[in-house]
Design a protein around this ligand. Structure first.
Ligand SMILES: [Zn+2]
Ligand SMILES: [Zn+2]
Length: 336
């Protein structure tokens, strides 16, 4: 050991220097799919996702409140009419502005949490010709509110209209309460499956250039980046709810499914791992998993709900070794 590096921190690699905060790596995926099974880990995973105040519980509550107080009854949605459709669109605009706008204000405008749990050291881009209106935030807001919320509402309208007319099977609590509850738990897993394959397809070069490149204008992300997509991508993204053309559901499941899709797009792109309250991460938000997708493109197409990336060879677990493997894969693809 020489005098110069005596006691010094080990040199940080290029990969490490790109991030101001990284969670413990390798990134944990759902233990439900690990072998041999570890029942305690599985119990903890389900508890953290469902039984403490977290995204899923908040969203079940929100869908229930929406159904009870902010949704026209099925008798009314039998006939397509401007008044109730417009009311749903405005309701969804307000939900999006409250969630994405609130997160943006707290984390990026006021910087209330500073750099703590912030993955990327860079700020959102104040200008850039790549962006609509030359500004990352405005670009993201325009695509989210004009196209994203319109498709979100459009799919809700389609499903509720079809239910009201008997084109789609309706599930009632009184018929099968166990399945009624189970459907809430299964929805995020179905969304994860659908999202992984839609997303891989969106990276097929012609479709990428035509549609998905718009979402990838954001190499660093904020809450408004989540649903900032091309209309073609919105169409594919929200189409996961068409499952209920076959699988019976209640309108509250449709609202949960769609709000989950739209609002977790905002929370998962916050750029921060979670909300700190008294120095503890009290509410999980973004994942390093998807943050790396925005920085490196050819990895982590899915989410952590079901380890599709691990099974299909596209997983970047946040370690230096994994990073080397991804770069090696990229070089091979470029050379072939
Ligand atoms: Zn994204
Ligand atoms: Zn992508």
């Amino acid at each position: 050991m020489t005098a110069e590096n005596d006691g010094a921190e080990p040199a940080r690699s290029g990969f490490e220097r790109q991030w101001s905060y990284r969670p413990a790596t390798p990134i944990a995926v759902s233990p439900i799919f690990a072998w041999p099974p570890k029942p305690l880990d599985i119990g903890r995973w389900i508890r953290d996702r469902w039984f403490v105040l977290g995204e899923n519980m908040v969203l079940v509550g929100l869908a229930t409140l929406t159904w009870l107080f902010l949704q026209p009854p099925l008798e009314e949605t039998r006939e397509l009419a401007f008044s109730w459709i417009a009311a749903m669109y405005v309701r969804n605009l307000v939900l999006m502005i409250v969630v994405a706008g609130g997160l943006h204000l707290y984390f990026h405008a006021r910087k209330a949490q500073g750099e703590r749990l912030k993955f990327d050291p860079r700020d959102l881009k104040a200008s850039g010709r790549i962006f609509t209106l030359n500004n990352q935030l405005l670009d993201n807001m325009v695509w989210t509110l004009a196209s994203g919320v319109a498709f979100w509402t459009g799919f809700e309208v389609l499903m509720l209209w079809a239910m009201a007319n008997g084109y789609v099977p309706v599930l009632l609590w009184s018929e099968n309460p166990i399945w009624f509850v189970a459907l809430f738990f299964l929805t995020p897993a179905w969304i994860s499956f659908h999202f992984y394959w839609i997303h891989r397809w969106l990276h097929w070069p012609p479709l990428y250039r035509m549609a998905h490149a718009l979402h990838h204008r954001n190499t660093n992300v904020g809450p408004w980046s989540g649903l900032s997509m091309h209309p073609i991508e919105h169409l594919l993204f929200f189409s996961s709810v068409l499952l209920h053309w076959i699988v019976a559901a209640h309108p509250v499941h449709i609202l949960f499914h769609m709000q989950h899709q739209a609002l977790t797009a905002a929370t998962s792109h916050t750029g921060f791992e979670g909300l700190l309250v008294k120095d503890k991460n009290r509410f999980a938000l973004g994942t390093f998993h998807h943050q790396m997708h925005h920085r490196y493109f050819e990895c982590n197409y899915g989410n952590l709900e079901v380890p599709w990336d691990k099974w299909f060879g596209s997983f970047h677990d946040g370690t230096e070794e994994s990073h080397q493997r991804m770069q090696e894969r990229r070089r091979r693809m470029a050379g072939s």
